[in-house]
Design a protein around this ligand. Structure first.
Ligand SMILES: Cc1ncc(COP(=O)(O)O)c(C=O)c1O
Length: 372
């Protein structure tokens, strides 16, 4: 039988595995940082209407520049993220993963490098690999915050072309201070002052769940600083596949060099526009999830767990002698969480109150067993 390795695949892909959290059929699935609330019926009806209208024109290619959608996304950011942006500042693609891929196709590539501060979102390294960009794993403190001095030193040493800063960070939930972002941004520009500087990407996929304001205002006057966002989490629309970035218009012009023509289908654009009409309702669910996230933090602490401060819709908890065994024990109680490979720690997504109760009951039993 032919295997992958018998095929003439690129050398750097040999022996690697695809991204994927195991999806198991259990009653309580809290492992992929999805929003547990289905879209409300009136939004489903509005999507149906807008998609029906789009379907009447599917013989034509969609708006290649997604002008209406980018205008609405700019309006959403302006209203909610503390800084005025316009259509020229915003670009959209199929999930923020595609946004990140387009950025690396444009600013990374063979002979170039990207750095991230790990543990962090594993797709940053995978998309780097997929685009032939070298990956550098930067350090974090023991409490999972970014240590500015050692991060600066890593940037000075490696002179990366792209710097990823994930805030709130996945899988730890840690928010990054604006001063840290600015320090790393300046260090990255200084390290590549002989070239045209470095691109700094703030991955704010979980921004709406944070206790702190968005880092969007930092893009002002910094054409090499990009903010990446998604409708997968706060908008409860992971199945839609819609991510976007906000940056200087020059960055938006630059990604045009690599984007596929008509990459964003008319159906996707119509669905996203319908969801944006219902922003207020969807952000209401975000408030509920933030309260549930805070409840998970305090109840897990009351149970004796070590819990990492979280600004996201998930919580990192432990510390287990054998995190994988703890993951398995929770699974046996019908609760699926995520083992991200962070030593001693697991990650749980904030679900509905009932799902969170079931999770907390399972942890309570597990803690009793291990302390017995
Ligand atoms: C930090 C971070 N960035 C980006 C994404 C990708 O989201 P999407 O491609 O669904 O927009 C995720 C998804 O889990 C994430 O955790």
């Amino acid at each position: 039988m032919t295997g992958i390795d018998d095929l003439p695949i690129r050398d750097e892909l040999r022996g690697t595995s695809p991204y994927g959290a195991p999806q198991l059929d259990v009653p309580v699935r809290l492992n992929t940082n999805e929003n547990p609330y289905p879209l409300p019926e009136e939004l489903v009806a509005r999507i149906t209407e807008r998609v029906a209208e789009a379907a009447r024109h599917l013989n034509r290619y969609p708006d290649r520049d997604a002008i209406e959608l980018r205008t609405e996304l700019a309006g959403y950011l302006t209203r909610t993220a503390g800084h005025q942006v316009s259509v020229a500042n915003v670009w959209a693609a199929n999930g923020s993963n595609e946004v990140l891929q387009q950025l690396l196709q444009t600013f990374g590539g063979p002979g170039r490098t990207a750095i991230g501060f790990e543990p962090s979102y594993s797709m940053h390294a995978l998309v780097s690999r997929g685009t032939g960009t070298g990956w550098i794993s930067g350090p974090r403190n023991a409490d999972y915050t970014i240590d500015v001095d050692s991060a600066r030193a890593a940037i000075a040493e490696h002179r990366p072309d792209v710097v990823f800063i994930t805030s709130p960070n996945n899988p730890t939930g840690t928010a990054v201070e604006a001063e840290t972002v600015l320090a790393l941004h300046d260090a990255a520009q200084a390290a590549r002052a002989d070239a045209a500087g470095a691109l700094v990407v703030i991955d704010e996929a979980y921004g709406e769940f944070s206790h702190r304001p968005s880092l969007l205002p930092l893009i002002e006057g910094r054409p090499r600083l990009v903010l990446s966002r998604t409708m997968s989490k706060a908008f409860g629309a992971a199945g839609l596949r819609l991510g976007y970035l906000a940056a200087d218009p020059a960055v938006v012009d630059a990604v045009q060099l690599v984007r596929l023509p008509y990459h964003l289908s008319a159906v996707t654009q119509a669905t996203a526009l319908a969801a944006l009409e219902h922003t207020d309702t969807l952000l209401g669910y975000v408030e509920t999830l933030k309260a549930e996230r805070d409840r998970l933090v305090s109840e897990l602490r009351a149970l004796g767990c070590e819990v990492t401060e979280s600004d996201a819709n998930f919580v990192q908890f432990g510390r287990f002698e054998d995190a994988h065994a703890a993951w398995q024990a929770l699974l046996e109680r019908g609760v699926l969480v995520r083992d991200n490979g962070v030593p001693g720690m697991l990650r749980v997504t904030a679900g509905t109150p009932a799902e969170n109760d079931a999770f907390l009951d399972a942890v309570r039993e597990l803690m009793k067993e291990t302390s017995a």
